[in-house]
Ligand binder design. Structure first.
Ligand code: ZN
Length: 452
């Protein structure tokens, strides 16, 4: 399928261009040229930006967003939240997981996310037995992405242990657990019959608590060498302290020394890192997967973004537990965390890009693409993923192009994303998705059943 679009203003790389023709062939941008006429083109209304990548999602957790904000103990923490989450996990069936993911992915598209990396660890029946089809759960979240039209990197999670050094899993983790052979079979099964333009896969370790060194080494050599590799790491100080007690090394330090990581890797959170670890991450070109709203919600801490960026490191954003499905809010919190820590303003930028909003948007698109092993956005050879903004709000209407992302991120209180295209296909029109009303009804009745 061929289609040529015309944008009055489009963000190409780091520069806003005028009167841009975007020629798309079979979902991929074949040509992109500024200073053209709109003759014969489909005219895009409003400024056009590359779609954002959501590099970290646990779709099912959307069902409990906002329900864990009641203090049950003065020492409430990540770990007491995790107990509540396990309570939800115990009840979910595959159909419900698919329904939650379907609605969530519509919310993501409407927010401006065109790709999601689904960090999928809810695999089995309540008893811990595999389903008759061991890929049942994973196929539900993949089908949700196919149905709503969002790009997806499916990351089936290897989760075998409850603590460092190969400790036996606890009962709340029964639905997550694989041995390595079963995990590799699941990966093989999921590789069949997928549309490679919009769907791919990656290798995923839940955390250093959940896998052993030899499992990691075998998985890394057994699966394709160009796949992305994701892992939760150093999210909580308890995890850092347990890692030091077990190995004498901090989590990122241990991973660098014992297994090694490079540009294929996405280190989710990496909240608690010292100067040496930041240097190691920057040098490796691994992407740091930051989830600012979830990290704030769970009381994780603040990752030293300023240090990573100063050393040329890479980052992207994810909505993780989905207490928030808003590109602008993730970007704003990402910057505000650094400001609150430093008691200064304008922290995350580069020598070439002094505008904070533009820098964090562009760097998150590019880090997200790397973390998903995709090429998407607004450049030749990229999957044609882009969004348009509704500029009817006076603050946006009067913004110069180079002020638009800052106005969106720091200045307005509503979501201005208007039209959304994935692989050249329009999936959101004037803020609406065609399956939204149906998916909302299905999810509401499912939540009534689930939560009572
Ligand atoms: Zn996570």
């Amino acid at each position: 399928m061929n289609q040529t679009y015309f944008a009055k203003q489009a963000l190409i790389g780091s520069v806003w261009q005028q009167d841009v023709k975007i020629h798309v062939v079979d979902g991929v941008i074949a040509m992109i040229t500024p200073n053209q006429s709109s003759d014969g083109c489909m005219v895009l209304e409003g400024p056009v930006l590359p779609g954002m990548v959501n590099l970290h999602s646990h779709a099912f957790q959307r069902a409990m967003a906002g329900l864990a904000e009641v203090c049950l103990d003065p020492k409430d923490s990540f770990w007491s939240w995790r107990d509540l989450m396990y309570g939800l996990v115990a009840k979910l069936n595959p159909e419900q997981v698919g329904q939650i993911a379907t609605y969530l992915y519509i919310e993501m598209l409407k927010a401006g996310y065109t790709q999601v990396a689904e960090f999928h660890y809810l695999h089995h029946q309540q008893s811990g037995q595999a389903y008759d089809n061991p890929a049942e759960m994973a196929l539900q979240v993949r089908q949700a992405a196919v149905d709503v039209g969002i790009g997806q990197t499916l990351l089936p999670v290897l989760y075998s242990h409850s603590g460092f050094g190969g400790q036996a899993p606890n009962p709340g983790q029964a639905r997550f657990i694989h041995d390595l052979d079963a995990y590799l079979r699941l990966q093989e099964q999921l590789g069949q019959n997928i549309n490679a333009l919009t769907h791919n896969q990656g290798l995923c370790f839940h955390s250093l608590r959940a896998v052993t060194k030899s499992q990691m080494e075998t998985a890394l050599t057994s699966l394709p060498q160009d796949w992305p590799v994701h892992i939760h790491i150093a999210e909580q100080m308890k995890e850092v302290n347990n890692c030091v007690a077990w190995s004498g090394q901090r989590p990122v330090e241990w991973l660098a020394n014992e297994v090694g990581f490079d540009a294929r890797w996405c280190l989710i959170h990496a909240t608690h890192v010292n100067e040496q670890e930041v240097q190691t991450i920057a040098k490796s070109q691994a992407v740091v997967g930051l989830c600012p709203s979830t990290e704030a919600n769970l009381g994780d801490g603040i990752f030293p973004i300023t240090d990573l960026v100063a050393q040329g490191g890479r980052l992207g954003i994810g909505s993780d537990s989905h207490v928030c499905v808003s590109v602008a809010e993730e970007l704003r919190l990402l910057e505000y965390g650094q400001r609150l820590r430093d008691q200064q303003r304008n922290r995350v930028y580069s020598g070439e890009q002094a505008s904070v909003g533009d820098f964090i948007y562009q760097t998150s698109v590019s880090g997200g693409n790397a973390a998903c092993n995709i090429k998407a956005g607004l450049h030749v050879g990229a999957r044609a993923d882009f969004i348009t903004l509704d500029t009817s709000h006076p603050l946006l209407e009067t913004a110069k192009p180079e002020q638009l992302i800052n106005r969106w991120t720091f200045g307005i209180n509503h979501n201005p994303v208007k039209d959304v295209f994935v692989a050249g296909e329009q999936v959101v029109s004037s803020g609406c998705h065609k399956l939204e009303a149906w998916a909302a009804g299905v999810l509401a009745s499912s939540l009534k059943q689930l939560l009572g």
